[in-house]
Design a binder for this molecule. Structure first.
Ligand SMILES: O=C(O)CCC(=O)C(=O)O
Ligand SMILES: [Fe+2]
Length: 670
């Protein structure tokens, strides 16, 4: 205040209106000024002022400071130390502004008295008029509000009103919340650094906060410092400023002090720490933070002065190394790349396996086809083998069908045989077969031949000396004739004798009759009948039957219900004294449901197709009824029936036959 001497120009603020004045006199008491006499410029009135703070002085450079107001208003909120230092800073800063207008002001404010609304306090300071039209808010670049009961709203307000703040220190401002960061994002910031040492912001993102220049705001976090500590726990957060790293590498060092430890021991530790950190350190005690000891206080002062020195120096806006972000990206990219690689390799594996599956499918199909072809070939070969075996057993010289149907053989002895029917009659027979599936031809052998045969047959039947013996006619036998056979006289009442015709003791009349039948059927009929023409016919051995009378019969049936190979049935009757009351007629069931009754009269030949087109039965016979039955087989069908009746088919057939037996039983029971 030495510069304030009589003659100094000044202003007096009355209701915030400055009135220009000049100091005309100063009264001293013990060398301290106690009263000023001033003269107003406009009305030349004089006034004695005893309150130094009311004085507005004009300093050499003609800039005006309201120092008294500043000191008075701020000082009451300051700690003694802050009072001392802060006022000095302001003072110094203001002077700097005067001489170097590009310089900026730092405010370091802390620990206002209780009950003071912080917003009013801030408001006052930042609107403090320093020079004509330059307010604090325009030159305020760095603010320390350490320890103030400041809220997010206050911070927001401050930053909004002071658009040039580059450094904001909020160490120990416990009312701040995690809302601070969303708030900051809504404000245009010039901030370079937000200092949050020891400020318990519980949640915040490391999401970069950018200022209006697009630079990342460096946040010096302390939110991770646990604050709820036992009373003797002392904490320090150490930031090691690594210019290369972002976010700043920082370390938290927590050490618990033994309650009985010498006080200066831990203060030594702190001093040690602070040389690296320049941090304020607070001692936790029932939720208030204060300096604990002179040593700590000294440390604080030391740290503060370092700190202050740092922040008072204008700094180049820090370019945050993007390298670290790159590093994170790089990591992420590495992970992505490895995942992509994995994906590709898995895809490749899937493709490989898919191809393998496809290839296997094709191979499977090829193998299946080959298997089927092989099976077919096996079946064909089997067929050949079986045919050969069968042909052998039948006395056939070859496996192929005996292609002799329709071929006139003119065998030795044929000339001794009876005359065959005329071609016209044979035509009639063929036509009858075509139209009604059966034909009747009488006087087939002629009386003499037929009688010879009859006598032989009767002899066989009655004589004990006969080399051949009749047996009960059997039923079924299935497609092959080898399956389940059974005898049931109520169903089939005849006695039968099977002969090849070539047996040593076989009478000539039988062989002759067979030859005569073959000449008719195989050589003549098969030559002109279109249905027979299509087959390779062979004759089966002969079946001589005798229905013994007493109502013996054969129920309605078909000779070839199942493709057993029988094509044409030929029955030659040998009953010379047949009377109507003897019954025993062959009854053919026609498709129109009518029944043709054919008495079994002597020398009568009946021909009919053996399959389901001609169901027939033998009516009860009351006299002995002899007949000779021959089946002409369709070679192919017969072979197939013999060769290709497999086991399963046999079992089915057997079941069917068993059912048939049951049915016959129920039919024949009275
Ligand atoms: O002798 C008959 O008239 C017919 C016999 C018969 O149908 C047969 O044995 O299958
Ligand atoms: Fe029959």
């Amino acid at each position: 205040m030495e510069s304030i001497v009589p003659g100094t120009k000044g202003f007096r603020l009355l209701d915030d209106i400055p009135f220009a004045c000049t100091i005309v006199n100063i009264m001293y008491e013990n060398k301290a000024p106690v009263a000023w006499t001033i003269e107003y410029a406009d009305d030349k009135n004089t006034e004695v002022i005893t309150d130094f703070d009311e004085l507005v002085v004009e300093i050499e450079s003609k800039q005006i400071l309201l120092l008294g107001d500043v000191i008075r208003d701020i000082a009451k909120y300051l700690t003694p130390w802050e009072n001392a230092t802060t006022c000095r800073w302001i003072n110094r800063a203001c002077r700097n502004i005067l001489s170097h207008p590009q310089h900026w002001i730092t405010l370091n404010l802390a620990n206002p008295p209780r009950g003071i609304r912080i917003s009013r306090y801030l408001h006052y300071i930042i609107h403090l008029t320093l020079i004509e039209d330059a307010s604090v808010k325009k030159v305020l670049r760095s603010v320390n509000l350490n320890g103030l009961q400041i809220t997010d709203r206050d911070v927001g307000l401050l930053l909004k009103q002071c658009p040039n703040i580059e450094y904001l220190g909020l160490a120990g401002c416990f009312k701040l919340s995690y809302d601070l960061f969303p708030t900051l994002k809504t404000i245009p910031l010039t901030l370079h650094t937000l200092d949050l040492y020891m400020t318990p912001i519980m949640q915040w993102e490391i999401t970069p906060l950018k200022n209006t220049s697009g630079e990342l705001v460096q946040i010096l976090p302390s939110c991770l410092v646990p604050l709820r500590l036992p009373s003797i726990l002392l904490e320090a957060a150490i930031i090691v400023k690594d210019e290369e790293a972002y976010p700043p590498v920082w370390f938290l060092s927590t050490f618990v002090l033994d309650e009985y430890e010498e006080e200066n021991m831990w203060s030594n530790k702190l001093t040690f720490l602070w040389t690296y950190s320049s941090l304020p350190v607070f001692y936790h005690e029932s939720n208030t933070y204060a300096f604990q000891s002179p040593q700590v206080m000294n440390c604080w002062l030391l740290a503060s002065s370092k700190f202050t020195k740092n922040i008072l120096q204008p700094r180049e806006p820090k370019k945050l190394p993007e390298k670290s972000v790159d590093a994170i990206d790089f990591q992420a990219q590495k992970v992505f790349a490895s995942l992509n690689e994995l994906k590709s390799s898995l895809e490749a594996q899937v493709n490989e396996l898919t191809n393998a599956v496809e290839a296997a499918k094709i191979e499977h199909q090829v193998a299946k086809n080959e298997y089927e072809i092989a099976q077919q070939r096996r079946t064909d070969v089997e067929k050949q083998v079986n045919r050969a075996v069968l042909a052998l057993s039948l006395g056939e010289a070859q496996v192929e069908p005996p292609n002799r149907s329709g071929k006139i053989l003119n065998l030795a002895g044929d000339d001794k045989l009876p005359l065959l029917p005329s071609p016209a009659v044979i035509q009639d027979i063929s036509r009858a077969l075509d139209q009604q599936y059966f034909a009747v031809y009488d006087d087939f052998l002629g009386h003499i031949h037929a009688m010879q045969l009859y006598e032989e047959v009767v002899y066989f039947y009655h004589s004990d000396q006969s080399p051949f013996h009749f047996e009960q006619g059997a039923l079924a036998g299935g497609k092959t004739g080898r399956n389940l056979r059974y005898e049931m006289p109520s169903v089939r009442g005849d006695h039968v004798l099977w002969l090849e015709g070539t047996e040593v003791n076989c009478p000539i009349s039988i062989a002759a009759t067979l030859r005569q039948l073959d000449r008719l059927v195989l050589e003549r009929l098969a030559a002109i009948n279109s249905e027979l023409q299509r087959c390779s016919l062979i004759r089966h051995r002969v079946m001589i039957t005798c229905y013994p009378g007493q109502g013996s019969s054969y129920v309605k049936h078909c000779d070839n219900p199942n493709g057993n190979g029988r094509k044409l049935t030929a029955i030659f009757y040998l009953n010379p004294q047949w009377e109507e009351e003897d019954g025993g007629e062959l009854q053919i069931h026609r498709l129109d449901h009518s029944i043709t009754r054919i008495p079994p009269i002597f020398d009568r030949l009946v021909l009919f197709f053996s399959n389901e087109r001609v169901p027939h039965q033998v009516a009860p016979s009351y006299a002995k009824r002899f007949a000779l039955t021959v089946w002409y087989m369709d070679w192919d069908e017969y072979m197939d029936a013999q060769v290709f009746t497999d086991q399963t088919a046999d079992i089915h057939e057997r079941t069917r036959i068993e059912k048939e037996i049951d049915k016959f039983h129920s039919q024949s029971e009275p």
